[in-house]
Design a protein around this ligand. Structure first.
Ligand code: SF4
Length: 377
């Protein structure tokens, strides 16, 4: 344990020693592929640091990879709501909890309505448009629909993100060829706690989809939900899972559970009490230090937070959040409130940089047939 932080008696000196021994590259540019923190023990020690030391180091590391005081803003739209066959214990959209949550299921939204929502998102300053569907996985008949959405939204100059459930390698390739920028598939929690959350698919199913997304060339978005009744050990293990991947996700949403009455986890948390917001902020800071080049996103749970709590989350290295009054089916902080808070904190918006599709459609002038031309990476 020489050189490592004493967990029982943290002092400024011992904290400095911890960082000197674990982050020798402080002051140089960290890279996403070679995180300096790699062991579970190191992650656990970060969680145990005095909060101000942790926040300071997270902010310093954040500034080595990103422009200070700049945030990326996304807008999220549910393109198919409710009656999901999965049984995620926190989710109002699960068909398994429908009798209690009374959530009204809706059919797929028409392409023109999605495009209209994307235009509004761009007009209000979002750089990325995220589309979510309550599916176990997209069906064969859904694929042309989602490919069309990607192309239409990209034509607006927005980055695109989708969360559609599990993907096989062929589906991931189809989305990559259409130019999808990010695919979201959250691990939610540790492998150990996962079985308390979902029973209709396994942790390895999740990792397989993330692997398919990574191999297709789409940027990976994968995060967690803090405050589901998991322990700090589970939060440590979740961070460790990110570091065990060949490359950390480019985007990491750190959600704070919004307990929804009628869902098994929501009911449990409402009865037993919610986790301290400071533990969520601590999780953000540890994520920032361990994944220095990833966007760390404030997602669900912001609606109930004070300006001061959100400010601490930005200090902890968060540099992305969702605009809009709604996140799929749960409420979100108001946009006017976000604009005011950004002004007060001196935060500016990052511009969109959508990637080109891998395959470009080419129209044959003689036959009128459309074919695809593959672009080099
Ligand atoms: S979190 Fe997603 S996969 Fe799970 S029930 Fe909700 S919509 Fe379905």
């Amino acid at each position: 344990m020489a050189g490592l932080l004493s967990i029982t008696e943290p002092t400024a000196k011992s904290t400095d020693e911890f960082f000197a021994s674990t982050i020798p590259t402080l002051g140089q540019s960290p890279t996403n592929t070679t995180p300096t923190i790699s062991s579970r023990e190191q992650i656990a020690q970060l969680f145990d640091l005095p909060l101000m030391d942790l926040l300071l180091q997270a902010q310093l590391i954040h500034r080595e990879s990103f422009v200070a005081n700049e945030v990326q803003i996304s807008t999220l739209l549910s393109i198919k709501t409710g009656n999901c066959p999965e049984d995620c214990g926190y989710c109002s959209q699960s068909g398994h909890h429908r009798d209690k949550t009374k959530l009204q299921a809706e059919k797929r939204i028409d392409v023109d309505k999605v495009v209209a929502a994307a235009k509004r998102a761009k007009a209000t300053g979002s750089s990325r448009f995220c589309m979510g569907a309550a599916w176990k996985h997209p069906s064969a008949k859904d694929m042309p629909y989602v490919v069309e959405l990607i192309k239409e939204v990209k034509d607006l100059g927005l980055e695109t993100c989708m969360t559609l459930g599990m993907l096989n390698p062929d589906q991931a390739t189809q989305l990559a060829d259409a130019g999808l920028d990010y695919y979201n598939h959250n691990l939610d929690t540790s492998r150990r706690y996962y079985e308390q959350v979902v029973s209709t698919r396994s942790y390895d199913d999740r990792l397989d989809t993330l692997s398919n997304v990574r191999n297709s060339g789409i940027n990976v978005c994968s995060g967690n939900i803090v405050g589901m009744g998991e322990s700090r050990d589970d939060r440590i293990d979740w961070v460790h899972e990110l570091l065990k991947m060949p490359k950390a996700p480019e985007s990491i949403p750190v959600n704070l559970l919004v307990p929804i009455a009628g869902t098994p986890i929501g009911d449990k948390v409402l009865a037993e009490g919610e986790l301290s917001v400071l533990e969520w902020i601590r999780t953000i800071a540890v994520t920032r230090i361990c994944c220095p080049s990833s966007y760390v996103r404030l997602s669900a749970g912001r609606e109930s937070l004070s300006d001061a709590e959100q400010s601490l989350a930005f200090m902890a290295g968060a540099n992305s959040f969702f605009y809009g009054d709604k996140l799929l089916t749960t409420g979100n902080a108001s946009q006017s409130g976000d604009d005011r808070l950004m002004r007060e904190l001196g935060l500016t918006k990052q511009f969109a940089t959508p990637r080109a599709p891998k395959a470009l459609p080419v129209l044959d002038a003689m036959s009128g047939h459309e074919s695809q031309v593959m672009l080099a990476d």
